[in-house]
Design a protein around this ligand. Structure first.
Ligand code: NAP
Length: 512
């Protein structure tokens, strides 16, 4: 059996924490083991900070961009092996595996290109320099410089490739060394990526470290130059944000957590239209892609009262085509959820939603004796109230609830009852309706997707996170913000005000 190791202070060492066995979620066959080793996290952090940090900061953005492009190419060369690993260890179909692995490759390439575009500079300007007082010589400016600590990344189980890459791309481009910890249950794929990057020697020594198993006392060692970026459940996010050292040293923290993403269908949308087709396709894709284990997946579907039956029929018709099974088999279109615990949580979650809504497809009943399978499950909530579980309980599986709304304000009120989300979408070709709903829900979301007839054939689904757009959301979603092109670098950089002679400032900022 494979043993997952950490790569810390330049060496492979046994993973830390409770010994754990990783299994194939479809067959429950044992694949790998992790944990049981001793780890000196203080030495690991010091190595990343003192060896990795200076190595990265000696490079310009352009050079770090070239480095990221090389990592993207290295992953692309081993893409097939990484996809096979994702299918076996994550229980995902080949198409879902591509979503994760190609997402990683694409995000690294995107940030590589951004670095090349920023150019041969070591600090970023933050707005144009400006005259500070009467003298035309005395200028002020704001700039961003790389922080001197380490970026600790703690990731969720559902994106073992993209999760590692999207966070690392921003931190490394910003000049910060990374210590990355994947969720243990699906860490085999992250470990394979780490093995590949260590073998290729593309990154400077100490720039990227890897924790297999748990983080031990690492988070207690962080100080004011370090940052912590976390993706996972709200409860773990709250625990890490409240960590003693994190609070005492004002460690910068970014949390990407749960989200009860919604889709709203406009009253103008006819069932035979392209917009309706886009809406149905997006809901079905989000319910079934990665078996609904996407933080951005649509969980709540709001439709005009008189459309509930039509929408349920359309969704049931498409969901009937879903083939649940072992993703190693070609005919399978939806695999199991990732772990036995995940299966228990999803089944209990469906039962919880069933206290305020009626199951019209699927349900919490077991689907097979072996493997962590659950059926695509659709519910209808005839009389939704903001306090219902459907508005505050995330079922992290192939499950969504259809509910009616009265008018645009009511739709926005129900969407906001989710308490803050990563993304919600509006499907309509009526500009007034779109404007009312977008204004009503934008303050409680990181992203809003508008699906309309004009983009029906080329729309990027709401569940897809683009490196050029910000990812994160207020409230329940964690209050974080990642990606968004150059915006994604801000978390890893310190903003400083500069004042002095105009020519000197402009030279410092690479303006002349
Ligand atoms: P989780 O149980 O909160 O775990 C997330 C990560 O935290 C894992 O790496 C876990 O490690 C680690 N962890 C747990 N307790 C810790 C502690 N005390 N100290 C340090 N690390 C700790 O979440 P999950 O089950 O992996 O992920 C599912 C959740 O993530 C869902 O709620 C989903 O909505 C959310 N999610 C959000 C986003 C987003 O971008 N907003 C993206 C993906 C997922 P171990 O695995 O070793 O326990």
């Amino acid at each position: 059996m494979i043993e997952l190791k950490s790569h810390l202070a330049g060496n492979w060492t046994p993973g830390y924490g409770k010994p754990t066995t990783l299994v194939n979620p479809a067959t429950e066959a044992e694949l790998a083991k992790v944990g049981g080793g001793e780890t000196d996290f203080a030495a690991a952090r010091a190595y990343a900070r003192d060896i990795g940090g200076p190595g990265l900061r000696a490079m310009t953005f352009k050079q770090r961009g070239e480095m990221l492009k090389a990592t993207s190419r290295a992953l692309h060369q081993k893409r097939d092996a990484l996809l096979d690993c994702a299918i076996e260890s994550g229980g995902v179909t080949r198409s879902d595996a591509k979503f994760d692995v190609d997402g990683a490759i694409g995000t690294l390439a995107f940030y590589g290109e951004l670095g090349e575009k920023i150019g041969d500079v070591k600090m970023l300007d933050d707005g144009e320099p400006f005259q500070l007082a009467r003298s035309p010589r005395l200028f002020g400016a704001h700039a961003r410089v790389s922080r001197l600590g380490v970026a600790v990344h703690v990731n969720a189980f559902n994106f073992p490739a993209w999760g590692l890459a999207e966070k690392a791309a921003c931190a490394l481009l910003a000049g910060m060394p990374v210590i990355s910890k994947p969720a243990t249950s699906t860490a085999l794929l992250s470990f394979r990526i780490m093995e590949l990057l260590v073998g290729e020697k593309i990154l400077p020594e100490g720039a990227l470290s890897f924790v297999a198993g748990s983080t031990g006392n690492l988070l207690e060692l962080l100080d004011g130059q370090d940052v912590l970026a976390f993706t996972g459940s709200s409860s773990t996010g709250a625990t890490l944000r409240g960590g003693k050292s994190v609070v005492a040293h004002n460690v910068r923290v970014n949390v990407e957590a749960d989200s009860l993403n919604a889709a709203v269908l406009g009253p103008d949308v006819d069932a035979s239209s392209d917009t309706f087709n886009l809406f149905v396709s997006d809901v079905v894709r989000d319910m079934t892609q990665k078996t609904g284990q996407k933080c951005t997946a649509i969980r709540r579907v709001y439709v005009p009262k008189d459309r509930v039956a039509i929408v349920i029929d359309a969704l049931k018709e498409r969901l009937a085509l879903v083939k649940v099974g072992d993703p190693a088999k070609e005919e399978t279109t939806m695999g199991p959820v990732a772990t036995a615990q995940q299966l228990r949580d999803v089944r209990a979650g469906i039962d919880k939603l069933a206290t305020c809504a009626r199951v019209v497809l699927g349900g919490s009943a077991p689907v097979s004796d072996k493997g962590f399978f659950v059926a695509p499950t659709l519910l209808v909530g005839e009389n939704p109230k903001p306090s219902d579980p459907v508005h505050n309980h995330e079922v992290f599986g192939p499950c969504a609830t259809v509910m009616p709304y009265e008018n645009p304000d009511d739709a926005a009120r129900l969407v906001r009852a989710g308490g803050g989300g990563l993304v919600s979408s509006v499907y309509s070709d009526d500009r007034d309706f779109i404007q009312s709903v977008v204004l009503g829900i934008a303050p409680s979301h990181g992203r809003v997707t508008i699906g309309s007839a004009k983009i029906a054939g080329q729309a990027v689904p709401p569940g897809t996170v683009m490196p050029s757009l910000i990812h994160g959301g207020p409230g329940r979603a964690g209050g974080g913000e990642e990606l968004g092109g150059e915006r994604g670098l801000a978390f890893y950089m310190h903003r400083v005000a500069l004042q002095g002679d105009r020519a000197l400032l402009e030279a410092l900022l690479g303006k002349r």
